[in-house]
Design a protein around this ligand. Structure first.
Ligand SMILES: Cc1ncc(C[n+]2csc(CCOP(=O)(O)OP(=O)(O)O)c2C)c(N)n1
Length: 561
């Protein structure tokens, strides 16, 4: 259906409004409910990545939002498409990533009859998305889309879901597009910065923690200048390691799952914790045990772009309602005290980080993920993007990989399995010149392994490293600790992942010894194809520091078994 002169379909107006707002990529699985949008893509300057499952498409969009700070955009069909896409919405919400999910919806004339695949998306996503809505009036498409950009990016970023009734999309309209959105910065007041300065000057053992979203290379550079001038030790919170250069003398390590015990002790004993950007949620706070709730035992300064996050869990001594970008710029202007009493402590924190992450630990089996991580950190370019999903294999990334640039760690704060593969594919699509690597567990990989076909279809030579220990390792670890020896639903019988890669038209190789990894990785890159490196890992090698048997035996001993 073609529009008349000076008129566009609502679907065309929608896509034009995305383009006005700087959207270059959309990720989708098609559906008959939004054919008019697919048609509008046809002759417009927008890169469309058609995926194999909506979960993959939504995670790709979320990864784009996470890496760029600009909303990632996903289109799916009604009922089954939207339910499949829901993991991406949950990730965007927990990870504070800007994202727009457009859902084709049944026609307005048949709503409320439970028409084919009809779902009330306001109700379904109402508590999970930052905003869930439906556009009934085609003349208001520009208004809704413009607002969606503001909602997704301002304060604490998050996902917006917009349902699009099929018949609405084909109506002709003459409304012009709204101008592009402008990101809303929230700047710290002079009074707050003066108070912060006074707290810093009175401190003896401060530490800065970095997390959350709304960062940028400029913000990261500014916060690094602040950390250097104040000689502050800096830790990054769970899966936000890319917010600080691991090679900086100020970097004290990663505060996530199974962190360096010395770092934990340092945070606990600090007399000033400056938390910038993040929420200090369950994982970095070690199950909310690190800092007393609601009254922190130390001076706790919380900098967050969303007013509603300040004082939500921790009652801060100083709350600074500011985006990381604006805060970092202001902090970089502060003058350090003449004498910095904690300078040596920062050096010790750095030495402790280097000792913790320097050498791989001994693990059972012929493949040592720690040694592989050390090889990769020395080999990959600083702007290489490393993605992962959920599983114990990620512990080696957190401990041994060294992130050096902004947006090089693209991983789910929400702990969602199946994330690393679509994330790496999206990164390669958006940044074709950069290296994109995904780590996945064997369980993890098959949650979105179908998107390997998308990588092949769009010639995206990602390298996916499947860490195959033939178990849902994380859950087996918990099982052995809580119910020793009673294995239940955690054993896997796996395919040949290298053959899987080849069957899809990619490159596949199996690695059974650490010393064969480098050649396999180089061969994967030289193939120029999307690649899977199938690592066979001893299930006993469950963490960098312990084995499954040790966990089981310790638990049996504790239970008198
Ligand atoms: C979508 C989803 N389902 C289930 C879980 C619970 N879960 C967390 S880790 C894990 C096992 C991961 O196994 P695998 O990918 O093989 O990695 P491993 O732990 O063995 O290294 C499971 C089932 C989750 N985090 N996300």
């Amino acid at each position: 259906m073609r529009p008349k002169a000076n008129q566009r379909t609502a679907a065309e107006a929608l896509v034009d409004q995305l383009i006005v707002n700087g959207v270059e990529h959309v990720f989708c699985v098609p559906g008959e409910s939004y054919l008019a949008v697919l048609d509008a893509f046809h002759d417009r300057p927008i890169n469309v990545t058609v995926c194999r499952q909506e979960g993959g498409a939504a995670m790709m969009a979320e990864a784009v939002g996470k890496a760029t700070g600009h909303p990632g955009v996903c289109f799916v069909t009604r009922g089954p498409g939207a339910t499949n896409a829901s993991p991406g919405i949950h990730i965007a919400q927990q990870d504070s990533s800007p994202m727009l999910l457009f859902v084709g919806q049944v026609g307005r004339d048949m709503r409320e009859r439970e028409a084919f695949q009809e779902v009330d998306f306001r109700a379904m996503f109402g508590r999970m998305a930052k905003w869930a809505t439906e556009i009934d009036d085609p003349a208001r498409v520009s208004e809704f889309v413009s607002r969606a950009f503001y909602v997704a990016t301002s304060g604490r970023p998050g996902p917006v879901v917009i349902a699009l009734p099929e018949d609405m999309l084909t109506e002709q309209i003459a409304t012009p597009p709204a101008p592009a959105f402008e990101p809303v910065e929230t700047s710290p007041g002079a009074a707050e910065m003066t108070k912060l300065h006074a707290l810093l000057c009175a401190a003896q053992h401060p530490i800065m923690l970095l997390g959350g979203s709304r960062w940028s290379t400029a913000a990261r550079d500014a916060i690094a200048r602040f950390a250097e001038s104040f000689a502050l030790p800096v830790a990054t919170t769970f899966r936000r390691a890319h917010l600080f250069d691991a090679l900086s003398p100020n970097y004290a390590g990663d505060l996530g799952i199974a962190p360096n015990p010395k770092l934990l002790a340092r945070v606990k004993a600090a007399d000033l914790v400056l938390m910038v950007g993040g929420r200090l949620g369950e994982l970095p706070s070690q199950g909310y045990t690190l800092i007393d709730i609601p009254s922190p035992q130390m001076n706790f300064v919380h900098v967050h772009p969303a007013a509603e996050e300040l004082g939500r869990v921790y009652r801060p001594h100083l709350a600074i309602h500011a985006s990381p970008t604006a805060f970092a710029a202001a902090a970089a202007e502060l003058a350090p005290p003449r004498v910095i009493p904690w300078r040596e402590e920062t050096e010790t924190a750095r030495a402790e980080y280097l000792a913790w992450s320097g050498e791989p630990t001994e693990v059972p089996g012929a493949v040592n993920l720690g040694a592989i991580m050390v090889w990769l950190r020395e080999t990959l370019p600083p702007d290489a993007i490393v993605c992962n999903g959920a599983g114990n294999y990620a512990a080696w990334i957190h401990r041994f990989y060294r992130f050096r640039r902004f947006a090089t760690q693209i991983a789910p704060i929400s702990g969602s399995m199946g994330y690393g593969v679509p994330a790496a594919i999206a990164m390669k699509r958006v940044y074709p010149a950069r290296t994109a690597v995904a780590f996945a567990g064997d369980g993890d990989f098959l949650m979105n392994g179908q998107e390997f076909a998308t990588a092949v279809q769009f010639d995206l030579p990602v390298v996916i490293i499947v860490c195959d220990n033939s178990i849902y390792g994380t859950i087996r670890m918990h099982q052995e600790r809580e119910y020793p020896g009673r294995i239940s639903a955690t054993t896997l019988r796996n395919p040949d992942f290298a053959a899987y890669a080849r069957a899809f038209g990619g490159f596949g190789v199996t690695v059974e010894r650490t010393e064969d990894f480098a050649d396999a990785f180089r061969a994967a890159q030289a193939s120029g194809k999307p690649a899977i490196i199938h690592l066979r890992i001893d299930p006993e090698a469950i963490t960098p520091t312990t084995t499954l048997s040790k966990i089981r035996n310790a638990s049996l001993a504790a239970h008198g078994g």
